[in-house]
Ligand binder design. Structure first.
Ligand code: ATP
Length: 608
């Protein structure tokens, strides 16, 4: 990471905070300056004391106290400004990640590279690529650079002073200075190489251990997970999991290997630094003995040498850390800066009280990214306004895929889907989604209060909430909750209530009905419901859905009977279409599926 890149990174991470740039520059100058103020003024105090100029010495003491006070004060203020903006950078990272994730097309979220970026972002917030620590390192790096710069100025003054005042031949001074410059360049070169190889090794070892680290983190999560606790106990998995944990600890050679490697290289590094420091001390001593510099100057230059040496060491240490973290943060940076694929379309959706939204598939084909075979093949299908349509078919026939295309989670690879005769891609995406209420097979409820789960937000219309709770038969459940509809769901916050599978499914259906969209899609909506609750949903389906257009996906064939139209998907194609009666007469796939299920019940009944 070059200095320019570091600076850009600082600006990017703390975008919008103008004071920050000034605070970093001023903080770096003051942080570096403090040690030099001390060195310069101590030297002057000693020299004036040796010359018995006590009043001047006292003046220097006052100047030193005041200068150190002011500079330190400015330095502390700058540090505070930096802290103030650097600490929220973690929150900012989370906010940016959320914004990015929310604005990404669904298809992008699924991509492996984006999943890796999400994982590394989590690492960036908490672990290897800690953003706050990175900013801190960059700040320290700049401070140390200023320190070394000051020290070089001191050395330059020393050389000029030596040339003017030393009783040493000029050629010797030139030679000693050239040697000094050469040694400095050599030590810097050695140190850059050493720190680079340490950084590379760290990254290499960390990459090697990435899988193990991930497993290690995952194991810790499931050790304390409420949902995993049942299975762990029931299947006696404790020893198995602890064994895996131990394997991770043993397999992670990172710390020992990294420690040995760093130790060896640090030794080389220190050796060269000490060699250079020793030489500069000799240089100062020669100049002092030749009368070019005073006793105070010897102290001053010695202080400057020490500051410079630690400065160089710190610069390289921070540089090394910055590059190491950068490997992780780069993935995140690239991810955040990468332009999103945008849902095309700007057409507004006409608000219609009559709900006349007609959707149709026209010769639609589709295959998932990275898969060769078409999942949907030339599907043409109209969703007639107000009609209750059942979509049935065997596992993997393409039912959910068809719904995903309808919701524009994916784009068809062939054909088009139209709303009121216009390709759905032409509509504004967010407006388009407003016409759908969907309960997915893998619906997600959140560890928030029940009412906010149903309203999908913090603004809850109590009357509407009451209506859907009654319609869906959730009143009794809600009455039994400790804080009624305000009860938190799930245990993640330590105080929630975990609904049963069926209750959760009812809450998800309630959320879909609360949205009150003209198009209702229920994908396996009653799979977790008991037969009485399921029957209740079917009996009330007309009143639940009202005049809306509804699509209903289910494997319970008896539950499809109430639909106006049944569409049978088979291997991505529409194989049959009709009412329950017409399809039964046809003796095709639907009739076979229906009879197989019915026979099972009849046989089970007969056997009972
Ligand atoms: N994201 C994906 N990437 C690749 N293939 C996928 C993806 N999602 C689903 N598939 C494949 O597409 C096919 C159709 O899946 P889909 O979920 O649409 O079937 P379905 O009819 O809803 O099945 P079920 O009745 O089991 O829910 C399956 O073979 C599935 O493995």
């Amino acid at each position: 990471m070059s200095i320019k890149e570091m600076w850009n990174y600082l600006i990017f991470q703390t975008k919008g905070y103008r004071q920050l740039g000034a605070a970093i520059v001023a903080g770096a100058v003051c942080g570096a300056g403090i040690s030099y103020i001390n060195s310069i003024l101590y030297a002057r105090i000693i020299d004036t004391l040796l010359l018995e100029q006590y009043t001047t010495a006292v003046h220097y003491v006052w100047i030193m106290i005041l200068a150190v006070l002011v500079v330190r004060l400015v330095y502390i203020m700058c540090n505070q400004i930096f802290e103030q903006y650097a600490s929220p950078s973690r929150d900012e990272t989370k906010r940016r990640t959320a914004e990015k994730a929310f604005s990404m097309e669904f298809e992008e979220i699924e991509k492996e590279e984006n999943q890796i970026a999400f994982r590394r972002t989590r690492g960036g917030v908490n672990g290897a690529g800690d953003i706050e620590a990175q900013l801190d390192s960059i700040y320290k790096f700049f401070t140390e650079c200023v320190k070394v710069l000051f020290a070089l100025v001191f050395l330059l003054i020393l050389i000029v002073q030596s040339a003017q005042g030393a009783h040493v031949a000029v050629w010797k001074i030139i030679l000693m200075t050239a040697l000094l410059a050469g040694m400095f360049a050599f030590s810097f070169w050695v140190n850059v190489r050493v720190s680079e190889s340490i950084g590379k090794k760290q990254v290499e070892l960390n990459h090697e251990n990435e899988r193990i680290n991930f497993l290690y983190g995952y194991l810790f999560k499931i050790f304390t997970s409420e949902t995993a606790a049942k299975d762990i106990r029931l299947y006696g998995m404790q020893d198995y999991l602890c064994g895996k944990n131990e394997t991770c600890i043993n397999a992670s050679s990172y710390f020992s290997e990294e420690g040995i490697f760093e130790g060896k290289n640090q030794a080389k590094f220190s050796f060269v630094i000490q060699l250079l420091a020793g030489y500069i001390y000799v240089y100062v001593a020669v100049m002092a003995m030749s009368g070019a510099v005073s006793v105070g100057d010897v102290l001053m230059y010695s202080g400057a040498i020490i500051t410079m040496m630690t400065g160089v060491q710190n610069i390289l240490m921070q540089y090394n850390q910055i590059n190491y973290r950068n490997e992780y943060l780069k993935t995140y940076e690239d991810f955040i800066k990468r332009p999103n694929m945008h849902y095309d379309g700007t057409l507004p959706i006409e608000k219609r009280d009559d709900n006349e939204y007609e959707l149709s598939f026209r010769n639609v084909s589709f295959c998932y990214p990275g898969t060769a075979d078409d999942i949907l093949k030339n599907v043409s299908l109209d969703f007639k306004i107000g009609q209750k349509m059942a979509l049935v078919g065997r596992n993997g026939a393409g039912k959910t895929t068809l719904i995903k295309l309808l919701l524009r989670l994916y784009e068809p690879t062939g054909g088009e889907i139209c709303l009121n005769g216009i390709n759905i891609e032409k509509y504004d995406y967010e407006e388009y989604l407003q016409i759908f209420s969907v309960v997915f097979q893998d619906f997600k409820l959140f560890a928030f209060p029940l009412d906010e789960n149903i309203a999908a937000g913090g603004q809850v219309d109590k009357r509407r909430l009451k209506q859907v709770l009654t319609k869906i038969g959730l009143n009794e459940f809600v009455e039994g909750l400790p804080k009624k509809e305000y009860t938190l769901l799930y245990q993640e916050n330590g105080e929630g209530v975990t609904p049963s599978g069926g209750e959760a499914q009812k809450v998800a259906i309630a959320r879909a009905l609360y949205k009150d969209a003209p198009f209702v899609i229920l994908d396996e909506p009653t799979a977790a419901l008991d037969p009485i609750a399921e029957a209740g949903i079917y009996e009330n389906f007309d009143s639940l859905v009202g005049e809306k257009t509804a699509v209903y996906i289910s494997h319970r064939m008896s539950s499809c009977k109430f639909c106006d139209r049944i569409v049978v998907l088979d291997h991505g194609k529409i194989a049959e279409e009709g009412t329950h009666e017409s399809l039964m007469e046809r003796h095709g796939i639907y009739a076979k599926l229906y009879q197989t299920q019915a026979e099972y019940y009849v046989t089970a009944q007969a056997g009972a």
